[in-house]
Design a protein. Structure first.
Length: 271
């Protein structure tokens, strides 16, 4: 790793501090815009956007672009910043195809669905960051909120991909029920027909598998904690363990004391 002189280190440190200050200052506005972006995406997938809503979405997208470029400019290590935000970068580039009329190249239905899939995944990634800023990454509230967003947006994506295929998901409530069954690992008889639907189904199944394990561990911890608080339960609680430690400590003290009395009472050995 090349050695940096003190001036460059100081410059990188100042830029990093400025980046952190900018992130903290823009956290609340970008949080609101992130949830607004998710809401607009859901409306687009289910019913389509009106010209007014499309203009609002474009304005939010431009703000996201400016925020990303400003943070990239201030980042001390730009390549590392791009690697950490590659999904965000791709999701920001997709709307440019529509804005600059480049979507004519992608008139095929499969290409349009592919662009929608990228937009759904990128928007879920942004929603995950917004929820992390709201609840904290390791809280139960964060996982519940993220699961709700994944359920609603995943169902909207599956409905958009599968509504035009034979025997597909014809209504949003049907897609919502199917997504809920998938996330709870119960499944259903329906299997996505489109490639984009299958890819989204795979991602939803991975998320459901991870979250199901998290909730199982949380519930197990909760019930074990309740059992530990019950003095008649088989699971030892913190108070019971502390009492056991105190008894062991007292027993050791008594053994040392009795050993000292025995040693003092025994006659000295003859020379």
């Amino acid at each position: 790793m090349p050695h940096l002189d003190p001036e460059k280190k100081q410059l990188q440190h100042e830029r990093y501090q400025l980046l952190q200050q900018l992130t903290n200052w823009l956290e609340t506005p970008m949080l609101v815009l992130g949830f607004g972006w998710l809401l607009l995406l859901g409306v687009e997938l289910l019913w389509g956007l009106t010209p007014v809503l499309e203009m609002v979405g474009t304005s939010i997208w431009v703000i996201f672009i400016l925020d990303f470029l400003l943070k990239l400019l201030l980042a001390p290590h730009k390549l590392r910043f791009l690697k950490r935000n590659i999904i965000t970068l791709i999701s920001l580039l997709v709307p440019a195809l529509r804005l600059f009329r480049l979507a004519r190249v992608f008139r095929a239905a499969r290409a349009v669905r592919g662009l929608r899939l990228v937009k759904v995944v990128g928007s879920l990634n942004r929603g995950m960051k917004a929820l992390a800023a709201s609840f904290g990454r390791r809280g139960v509230g964060y996982v519940l909120g993220l699961t709700g967003v994944v359920l609603l947006m995943g169902a909207a994506g599956m409905y958009a991909f599968e509504k035009d295929v034979p025997d597909g998901l014809k209504t949003y409530p049907e897609a919502l029920w199917w997504t809920a069954m998938l996330l709870t690992s119960m499944g259903s008889d329906y299997w996505p027909r489109t490639g984009e639907g299958q890819m989204l189904c795979f991602l939803l199944a991975l998320y459901g598998f991870a979250v199901f394990g998290y909730f199982t561990a949380t519930l197990a911890t909760f019930f074990m904690g309740r059992d530990a608080e019950n003095p008649q339960a088989e699971v030892a609680g913190a108070d019971a363990v502390a009492a056991l430690h105190e008894e062991v400590r007292q027993l050791r003290a008594e053994l040392r004391q009795s050993r000292g009395l025995v040693n003092s009472a025994s006659p000295p050995k003859p020379d």
